[in-house]
Design a protein around this ligand. Structure first.
Ligand code: ADP
Ligand code: MG
Length: 430
């Protein structure tokens, strides 16, 4: 994994604010995922122009019409932020939401040891710090606690926890750290790993819709794969996803929660008066909203003004499709060229426009394959992990469990850890 040589300075109040907002964000997403009318109103406009979202929607509707066989669902979330200077003084920083992940929120495992690396590198340089400036951070302890809790709710001690993984799978180390923490909590839990092609051959549904893989009943389907259209090269993968969705296994996440994590939903939630439908308390709503930057739909008659602005000053915006996993967003000239191309087309409905966050710059050394550790201008992204377990009528668990700090060169648009741009980092709290 790429990593920074030193921890990056982060205001302690930014970390505590983002951590404290996690449960409220999770409640909002829970309520969205369980509000059929709202989901339909948000997504129906883009289904005709976005094949992948349409396929997920079909699975969601099919299972909704059949009636669910499993009331419990779990999400492991990561709410991503970037830090902006609140004022021109360049001192006070504020956090702005990039996006809320409900599917395959990774890197909780590989981040855990960074703080020790950084305590060590600081000690080599004789840089003094207090214990609370480099706190322990162990997201997988919480994520594992959530998965084990959900596994207990399934009430079959022999049923396994299934990790659905990619081919090849660059996240194996990250997943194994999570597995270790699961086994620390209960060494009797059987954890199995399968790819989509393996499951197409090995998975069956039992008499009561039990999900069975090679003779083993599965309690929890934990998706670390299945968020991108390329993961579904044929109809067989969609059929598999449908069968898993209609099974008795507890899904992490259900298709409803997957869809609730769409960028389109994020855009609608930022519209005036919408958060109020999902959460009480003016102070909480104010705090959640304070993390939003401008988000715009592009398919109404009022959109022409913002489209013109984006074409004139593309550097101020990011153009986003309904995709996950990095590398899909458009910036700068690419944004301008593409928007110019689709500005009269129905395809506009499948994109949202977002203000570009002017992330606070600082200096660090990035340790990346094939590159020297030169000191350079960098920006950081902070992701807060959380667990939420629920039934359609009640929230059973809702907690925050640590964070991911990753840091990339200032000029990089996107910050994928596995694409090698972004580096694992720790906050040096001030
Ligand atoms: P994905 O779901 O593909 O990961 P994200 O919305 O998380 O898409 O965006 C990917 C990356 O692009 C982010 O991690 C961040 O580095 C950059 N990015 C996204 N939105 C913004 C924004 N509004 N301002 C600045 N950078 C952004
Ligand atoms: Mg993301």
């Amino acid at each position: 994994m790429p990593f920074t040589l030193f921890p990056s300075i982060l205001p302690a109040d930014v970390l505590s604010k983002t951590k404290s907002l996690q449960t409220a964000f999770q409640t909002v997403i829970y309520k969205v995922a369980n509000n059929h009318e709202f989901m339909k109103a948000c997504l129906s406009g883009l289904l005709n122009v976005d094949d992948f979202t349409q396929q997920l929607w079909k699975i969601y509707e099919t299972v909704r019409n059949e009636g669910t066989t499993q009331e419990v669902s779990i999400i492991l979330t990561r709410n991503d932020y970037m830090m902006e200077y609140a004022e021109e003084d360049g001192v006070k920083q504020d956090c702005k939401q990039v996006e809320f992940n409900t599917f395959a929120s990774g890197a909780g495992g590989v981040i855990s040891s960074m703080v020790d690396v950084h305590r060590y590198s600081l000690s080599l340089e004789d840089i003094l710090f207090k214990d609370n400036q480099l706190p322990d951070n162990h997201p997988t302890a919480g994520l594992a606690k959530g998965l084990v809790k959900a596994w207990q709710l399934y009430k079959n001690k022999r049923a396994a926890l299934l990790f659905i993984v990619g081919i090849p799978e660059p996240n194996t180390p990250d997943q194994r750290w999570l597995e270790r923490d699961i086994l620390r909590l209960d060494g009797s839990i059987k954890v199995i790993y399968r790819t989509f092609p393996q499951l197409i051959k090995q998975m069956t549904l039992g008499e009561n819709k039990e999900l069975i893989v090679d003779g083993t009943e599965v309690a929890i389907v934990y998706y670390r794969y299945g968020y991108a259209p390329k993961h579904y090269p044929t109809d067989a993968e969609f059929k598999l996803r449908l069968d898993m969705e209609r099974s008795r296994a507890i899904k992490c996440p259900t298709v409803a929660f997957h869809l609730a994590g769409c960028k389109k939903i994020q855009q609608v939630l930022a519209e005036p008066g919408v958060l109020e439908k999902f959460i009480d308390g003016t102070d909480v709503i104010k705090d959640l909203r304070s993390t939003f930057v401008g988000l715009y739909k592009l398919d109404t008659k009022d959109s022409s003004k913002i489209i013109t602005q984006a074409l004139q000053t593309p550097e101020r915006f990011v153009l986003k499709p309904q995709r996950e996993g990095g590398g899909n967003n458009l910036f700068g000239d690419e944004l301008k060229d593409y928007l110019e191309k689709i500005k009269e087309s129905p395809e506009l409905s499948s994109w949202i426009l977002m203000d570009r966050i002017r992330a606070a710059k600082h200096r660090n050394r990035l340790i990346r394959v094939g590159l020297g550790p030169e000191c350079r201008d960098v920006v950081s992204e902070l992701g807060i992990f959380g667990v939420h377990i629920s039934t359609p009528t009640s929230e059973l668990e809702n907690f925050e469990c640590g964070y991911l700090l990753r840091t990339k060169p200032e000029e990089a648009n996107e910050g994928g850890l596995f694409s090698g741009h972004s580096c694992l980092d720790s906050p040096f709290l001030v």
